[in-house]
Design a binder for this molecule. Structure first.
Ligand SMILES: *[C@@H]1O[C@H](CO)[C@@H](O)[C@H](O)[C@H]1NC(C)=O
Ligand SMILES: *[C@@H]1O[C@H](CO)[C@@H](O)[C@H](O)[C@H]1NC(C)=O
Ligand SMILES: *[C@@H]1O[C@H](CO)[C@@H](O)[C@H](O)[C@H]1NC(C)=O
Length: 218
């Protein structure tokens, strides 16, 4: 009985070692593992893919990441429900209650418009064509919020659909402060109105926190 149970497991382990070795030699995206976990494994978290074709600008969720209006950060949002060390076949983590308005995220249309919320306009309804593609990175003046006047001075060419604003928030490392700081630099109402009326921008990252879609496009 025991043999029957063990054999498939051994086979599985052998197969996964072969697989890891094969992949390691053929693709630099995977960590090089010269044997079956005898060396220290170091996770590789890449931010740039394809020589700059894709930049991962998401912040990893951390317990001490700022959370809207909170002094205590995000708190414990992840725990291990099943653990290999405790005899389970797999590690299975569990996400616990935390605001989806946390970390790097996209605001759904229903976030600020109640009639959209009632009609079910959640993030699933957003257009992936709009969310993916070339973006213009713009350094904005560090001594101002993004007002209409600032927007105008940036001279963002027509035809640009996606922009990322690099603001004082990044310099101040606000995403690394546990306590939520209400003085973050952001896109002001008149700046947003100017953007809608005078540019082709449909996707913006105004604070390094929220990605915002220009609702007029939908
Ligand atoms: C598996 O669970 C152990 C704790 O039993 C943990 O230390 C380890 O990081 C987990 N591995 C993965 C890949 O989640
Ligand atoms: C493993 O089990 C022990 C005893 O039940 C428990 O205290 C511990 O939290 C468990 N650890 C994990 C990572 O599940
Ligand atoms: C941006 O506006 C906030 C209030 O919303 C303010 O606290 C902050 O000082 C302003 N930032 C700059 C650079 O003017």
């Amino acid at each position: 009985m025991m043999m029957i149970k063990i054999k498939p497991l051994v086979l599985l382990l052998l197969l996964s070692c072969t697989w890891v070795l094969t992949v390691a030699t053929s693709d630099s995206a995977y960590p090089t593992i010269s044997d079956c976990g005898m060396e220290e494994l170091v996770p590789v978290r890449r931010e740039v893919y394809g020589n700059g074709r894709i930049f991962d600008i998401s912040h990893r969720f951390r317990e001490d990441m700022p959370s809207w209006d909170s002094g205590d950060g995000l708190g414990q949002f992840l725990r291990l429900r099943h653990s290999i060390k405790n005899g389970s076949l797999t590690n299975v983590s569990e996400l616990r209650y935390f605001s989806v308005h946390s970390g790097t995220h996209v605001d759904a249309p229903g976030h600020v418009f109640d009639h959209y919320f009632d009609a079910g306009f959640d993030v699933d309804t957003l257009d992936l064509e709009l969310l993916n593609g070339p973006a213009l990175l713009v350094d904005v003046p560090r001594d101002k919020n993004i007002t209409a006047e600032v927007m105008k001075s940036l001279n963002i060419p027509k035809g640009i659909r996606r922009v990322i604003f690099r603001t004082l928030n990044t310099d101040r490392r606000l995403m690394w402060e546990k306590e939520f700081d209400t003085s973050f630099a952001g896109l002001m109402k008149d700046g947003a109105e100017w953007l809608v009326e005078n540019t082709d921008i449909k996707l913006i990252d105004p604070t390094s926190k929220d990605l915002v879609l220009n609702g007029n496009d939908q």
